[in-house]
Write a protein that binds this ligand. Structure first.
Ligand code: BTN
Length: 325
């Protein structure tokens, strides 16, 4: 079904609340025949919408699919760019992989790849990212910022700030950020962000921001390997969260921070990031590939590099590490 027809149809049902919408009204609004209306309704049913049809009254939606499909994301979306184009799949190996391909094919900035399930979800440092069906947000956003490649890590920090703000708004929880990009609730990880780039030495072609959010898993759904370190929004709030609403809120937050970033630079994002950061001002151990550094986390640089002062007063610039608090 064409996306503008689908949007109009879903808007009609949403605006009419519990009321029935007559076949004639739909056919007038869409400018198509009653037979075509029936076909559109069947298409929605195939996508998992439960539609009740009553003679002489019309149709109404009684149940929506628990999906993060294009339909669910487009309705009520307030952004200009991010999420306006959605590539949705039920199962993928990794949304990052698809996003890389689409970015190379030249899709619009702000295009989002989203899946219900990932079979080979990727984390930072080549780790596995568990992405079970229907319970999380597994998505990759394609951006084309006009900044030098060395500034790309700033976008990870920008995304972390946006996701924290969106989680706060949707759930009331106040998560914290562990450098560089883990979002924790009560010390357990609920969100991971993986930023990858297609670039020349001096120019970014695209940045692929992968965001994985544990949303509706219950604590017992986590495997033994991660159950002590992972949590979900539902496990923390005791309520199921609407994933599409959460995603739309994230799109809006990213869009407004991204506009600010392109216009005025990293300054505001840095300040916001530091207010949400868990490790700044604390004693930490940074485990890098070249060994561990213990000391006080002083802050981040303009490039998003973590500054750690050891007990001899030496300031270390940490580009990549696991942080232990
Ligand atoms: C991390 O904390 O190590 C980063 C995890 C990033 C996971 C997301 S889920 C959507 C996107 N697709 C992937 O394969 N990975 C990212």
């Amino acid at each position: 079904m064409q996306s503008d027809i689908r949007r109009t149809l879903l808007e009609m049902f949403t605006n009419s609340k519990e009321e029935y919408v007559s076949g004639q009204k739909i056919s007038d609004m869409l400018g198509c025949s009653r037979t075509a209306v029936w076909k559109h309704i069947e298409d929605l049913r195939k996508e998992g919408y439960e539609l009740e049809a009553v003679r002489k009254k019309g149709y109404r939606i009684v149940n929506k699919p628990n999906k993060v499909s294009e339909n669910e994301l487009i309705l009520g979306l307030q952004t200009k760019k991010i999420g306006q184009h959605v590539h949705y799949e039920e199962v993928v190996e990794s949304t990052q992989k698809i996003a890389h391909r689409l970015a190379q094919e030249g899709v619009q900035e702000g295009t989002v790849v989203v899946a219900e399930e990932q079979t080979s979800g990727r984390g930072r440092l080549d780790r596995v990212w568990h992405s079970p069906k229907g319970t999380g947000v597994w998505m990759s956003i394609i951006l084309r910022p006009t900044v030098p490649p060395q500034n790309a890590p700033q976008l990870t920090l920008l995304t972390a700030v946006a996701v924290v703000q969106a989680i706060q708004e949707v759930t009331g929880i106040s998560p914290q950020i562990k450098w560089p990009n883990d979002i924790l609730i009560e010390g357990k990880k609920a969100v991971g962000i993986l930023t990858e780039m297609q670039a020349d030495a001096d120019r970014i072609h695209s940045v692929i921001i992968g965001i994985g959010i544990n949303v509706n898993q219950q604590q017992q759904d986590f495997s033994d390997a991660i159950k002590d370190i992972a949590t979900s929004l539902a496990a923390e709030t005791g309520e199921l969260i609407n994933r599409a609403t959460l995603m739309q809120t994230i799109f809006l937050k990213i869009e407004s921070l991204y506009e600010e970033y392109l216009k005025n630079g990293f300054g505001l994002i840095k300040v916001l990031w530091e207010t949400y950061a868990i490790s700044i001002g604390k004693r930490i151990i940074a485990r890098t590939l070249r060994g561990s550094i213990e000391g006080w986390a002083k802050g981040i640089t303009e490039d998003g590099v973590l500054l750690v002062e050891d007990d001899l007063g030496v300031l270390h610039h940490i580009h990549s590490a696991d942080i232990e608090l």
